[in-house]
Design a protein around this ligand. Structure first.
Ligand SMILES: Nc1ncnc2c1ncn2[C@@H]1O[C@H](COP(=O)(O)OP(=O)(O)O)[C@@H](O)[C@H]1O
Ligand SMILES: [Mg+2]
Length: 392
């Protein structure tokens, strides 16, 4: 369309009045089609120039923001918006030229409250910022759906946890019951020797009560929401600190540490303490798997597209296929004195950080846990109309 306009403008001096009228009519028709298309979109669209004056607004945006008439065209865009919060938000972000990737606002449409997600992008033509593009999306249903999913998910994990607790408390309860019966027998008997036995039974009951207490404490720890305090930092520094802390213990078990940390990685948003705890749990499991014969523990960090990956690999016996699905479940352990909560915590911490966990384990060869961290997006992404494919 723009190429056509440019060609028409160039040819203008050579055209007569009739021809110019035809060109203008063509342009008006083209514009009408464009406006119809933009106004039929389910999303609201507003475009402002470099001075933040409103250049274009489609029907949906007018409906969302209750903007009537054409008085607001070529005035500051935020002055057109009645809702004070949205108006202030647009003004602040346009003036600071921040890119906003969807901020939610509640708005009243008819007699319903809707959630409006507003994004702001700089509008770029041939490398220079020409204004801003604001898009408004009704995300009411989307948000409700993700809330439903989150609820279902936490309910499902609570059920698994509750089943785990029920299973765990069976043994100590059974043992307490047997020992109380034995104590009753002692009390009923005339035999003096029984006093010593009574004390033994009482000790067992005490220990079992401690075990029950530990199960409840662990349960609460697994279900409680996590308090995270994420800050930007380099993941390599964190890994180095962790290795400093753990290397003596690993060397004592004849485990060699191999570091392969890529330099110049972008900073990530992390809760230092929690991520260290998660990596420590993974390393502890690796150490336990190799404690008999020793082996290799490899820790690597590297960038892949918009992510940073951290891999922790051991040369232990590997995880059999039939338990791979279970290892993150609370209380799942193959160790005599394992808590089965190490990987549950890893899962929880990584979820809090939007980190994807990949497990690759081959029996007889070893286990690799790879964590894919998102790189926080700071820079401005630009929306442009230059180039062949982006023409209006
Ligand atoms: N690196 C590993 N090599 C082999 N098995 C592992 C490894 N990491 C985890 N596992 C398996 O996953 C189970 C669960 O681990 P975890 O949740 O940390 O609980 P725990 O260490 O108390 O058993 C372990 O008991 C073990 O069977
Ligand atoms: Mg563990």
């Amino acid at each position: 369309m723009r190429k056509l306009t440019e060609r028409a403008i160039k040819a203008l001096p050579r055209q007569n009045a009739e021809q110019i009228k035809a060109i203008v009519n063509d342009l008006v028709d083209g514009n009408k089609v464009l406006e119809t298309v933009l106004s039929s979109l389910p999303a609201g669209i507003m475009v402002s120039d470099i001075n933040h004056d409103l250049l274009f607004i489609n029907t949906q945006a007018r409906r969302f923001l209750k903007i009537l008439g054409r008085d607001f065209l070529e005035k500051k865009i935020w002055k057109a918006v009645q809702d004070k919060d949205i108006s202030r938000f647009i003004q602040l972000n346009l003036l600071s030229q921040e890119r906003i990737d969807g901020e939610d606002f509640n708005i009243q449409v008819g007699n319903k409250v809707k959630i409006l997600s507003i994004s702001i992008l700089p509008l770029v033509d041939r490398g220079t910022i020409k204004g801003s593009f604001i898009s408004l999306e009704d995300v009411t249903e989307k948000r409700a759906e993700s809330l439903r999913l989150r609820r279902a998910e936490s309910l499902a994990s609570l059920t698994t946890l509750a089943a785990g607790v029920a299973h765990e408390i069976k043994n100590p309860l059974g043992s307490i019951s047997i020992h109380i019966q034995l104590m009753q027998k002692c009390l009923n008997s005339e035999n003096e020797v029984c006093k010593a036995e009574f004390m033994d039974y009482l000790n067992v009951v005490n220990e079992e009560v401690d075990r029950l207490n530990q199960i409840v404490v662990n349960y609460l720890f697994a279900v409680r929401p996590m308090d995270t305090n994420p800050k930007c930092r380099c993941i390599n520094g964190l890994i180095e600190e962790l290795i400093d802390f753990i290397h003596f213990e690993l060397e004592q078990d004849s485990i060699e540490i191999i570091k392969n940390l890529e330099e110049g990685l972008p900073e990530l948003k992390l809760d230092d303490k929690l991520i260290k705890q998660a990596f420590l749990n993974i390393i502890k499991n690796a150490q336990a798997s190799m404690s008999d014969k020793g082996g290799l523990l490899k820790i690597s960090s590297y960038k892949v597209n918009d992510t940073v990956a951290v891999s922790i690999t051991d040369s232990g016996p590997g995880i059999p296929d039939d338990i791979k699905d279970k290892i993150f479940e609370p209380y799942f352990t193959t160790k005599d004195s394992g808590s089965g909560l190490g990987l549950t915590l890893v899962y929880k911490i990584m979820k809090e950080h939007s980190v994807e966990i990949r497990l690759n384990s081959i029996v007889g060869k070893g286990t690799d846990f790879t964590f894919i961290f998102p790189i926080p997006q700071k820079g401005q992404k630009l929306i442009g109309w230059d180039g062949e494919n982006n023409e209006f």
